[in-house]
Design a protein around this ligand. Structure first.
Ligand SMILES: [Cu+2]
Length: 456
């Protein structure tokens, strides 16, 4: 797209201000990489237009360089090892060492040049979901460009025409490459840093894998029965807690690249949807919500003022999505007396354990023998006991004493005295049927021939 001579010419214009050599500016920029799955602090811009950077849950923002008015990024598509939560590593495909890939941040009006190097065992492309760009930059393999072959590097160049939240993912062998974890976020900040400004701005993608207990590589042909429901390729208890300062204006940008919808629910607050991957929602078109359904291939931006201190569950409302693998194919055993059959099985298998007679909560605290590299279905420890969760679940921690820009986990909430649900120590009367229901029943019995036993 750009020949080397043009490239050198542009680079020459910035020599003097830059610390890199003329030769270095002509070359492909470095591709920073990380092996950590911990949230890195927001990356403040050191050049170009100012903006308020975002925080990527369990992720990071890709550093870039200015080159003659172009913002240059370098993505490397490659196999990666991602820790889904402590105790489980997944062998995925991603970008620059991680799945999802790093967040790309830029400003409305910026000219982007993105180098994409393919270190996968098959060809790939990158589609820039939601970005308005020339057709030939849209990244649909075969339709708008040749595939990026194994070992090749391609250049994408486009100007960011509008601010908002977008995604990137391959449009080549798409089912396999997305099931392997290839995706990332693009945040285009408004030209005016005061427009839609918030105090804390978090981004995460909803993604899902189907990994057999004991395995590390996802099955890529799965259509619906995924068993690991992730935020940024992490499951509870591996998803970062979300630290928020009391009265901060908070934004979550949530993109869905799974094969099903996710109603995302925030406790303790009401919010408004302020943006989609199509753009910002005008104030007059917003209404209050406590859950927002993020459909397949959609992005929803939600905003609220965090006025309620505490530890607030923040999760997908599909209860199967707040569990880890092994949550399916388990029959409902509530109320089933397993004792007679258990006695017979135990004669054959001494360690056999009957499950689920009184619900499944016992699994939250159980130390069951699991295959290596497998997470418990329900797990996590809170200040009051086991949390019995997995998958798409984390905790938003609203605290009065957080410093601006501090994203460290502040620990569990210290509840003011008298504000925690407590046990009643006194006697509890027997249940009585409502008066109306009793009267009706008596009346019906009286009308039946020979009905009822007492006569008044
Ligand atoms: Cu869900």
């Amino acid at each position: 797209m750009t020949d080397r001579r043009q490239f050198m010419g542009r680079a020459a214009a910035v020599i003097g201000a830059a610390t890199v050599s003329r030769a270095a500016m002509g070359a492909v920029p470095e591709a920073p990489t990380t092996t950590s799955a911990a949230m890195q602090p927001p990356l403040a811009p050191t050049a170009g237009r100012p903006y308020n950077p975002v925080a990527t849950l369990n992720g990071w923002t890709l550093p870039w360089r200015m080159n003659s008015g172009w913002k240059e990024f370098h993505l490397v598509a490659e196999p990666v090892v991602r820790e889904l939560a402590p105790g489980m590593q997944a062998r995925l495909w991603g970008y620059n060492g991680q799945s999802p890939g790093p967040t790309i941040e830029c400003v409305e009006g910026d000219k982007l040049r993105i180098f994409v190097t393919n270190k996968l065992p098959e060809h790939t492309t990158i589609h820039w979901h939601g970005v308005i760009l020339p057709s030939g930059m849209d990244g649909v393999g075969g339709l708008t460009q040749p595939q990026i072959g194994v070992g090749k590097t391609f250049i994408y160049e486009f100007e960011m025409r509008k601010s908002g939240t977008f995604m990137y993912h391959p449009h080549a062998d798409e089912m396999v490459q997305m099931a392997m974890g290839m995706m990332g976020f693009i945040v285009v900040h408004p030209k005016d840093p005061g427009f839609m400004a918030v105090d804390r701005d978090f981004v995460f993608l909803l993604n899902a894998f189907d990994i057999e207990p004991g395995a590390a590589a996802p099955k890529t042909n799965t259509m619906l029965e995924f068993n690991l429901w992730c935020w940024n390729s992490r499951v509870f208890p591996g998803i970062d807690h979300v630290p928020v300062r009391l009265n901060d204006r908070v934004r979550f940008r949530i993109g869905n690249l799974t094969m099903t919808n996710h109603p995302i629910h925030v406790h303790g607050h009401e919010f408004e949807v302020t943006g989609t991957d199509g753009g910002w929602v005008p104030k007059s078109a917003r209404w209050p919500e406590v859950s927002v359904d993020v459909a397949v291939g959609q992005m929803r931006t939600i905003e609220f003022r965090a006025y309620n201190p505490g530890d607030w569950a923040f999760h997908c409302h599909k209860s199967h999505h707040t569990m880890n693998a092994m949550g399916h194919d388990v029959p409902n055993m509530i109320g089933v007396d397993q004792k007679p059959v258990l006695d017979r099985i135990t004669r054959l298998i001494p360690d056999y354990m009957a499950m689920g007679e009184q619900g499944m909560a016992e699994m939250g605290s159980m130390e069951m023998p699991l295959p290596d590299n497998t997470l418990p279905m329900m797990t996590g420890q809170g200040p009051f006991g086991p949390l019995e969760m997995g998958g798409m679940f984390t905790v938003m921690k609203v605290r009065p004493d957080l410093k601006p820009g501090d994203y460290r986990d502040p620990g569990w909430y210290q509840h003011p005295t008298g504000t925690v649900a407590r046990e009643w120590a006194g006697p509890v009367p027997d249940a009585k049927r409502a008066v109306g229901a009793m009267a009706q029943e008596t009346d019906m019995k009286a009308r039946k021939p020979g009905g009822g036993h007492g006569h008044h």
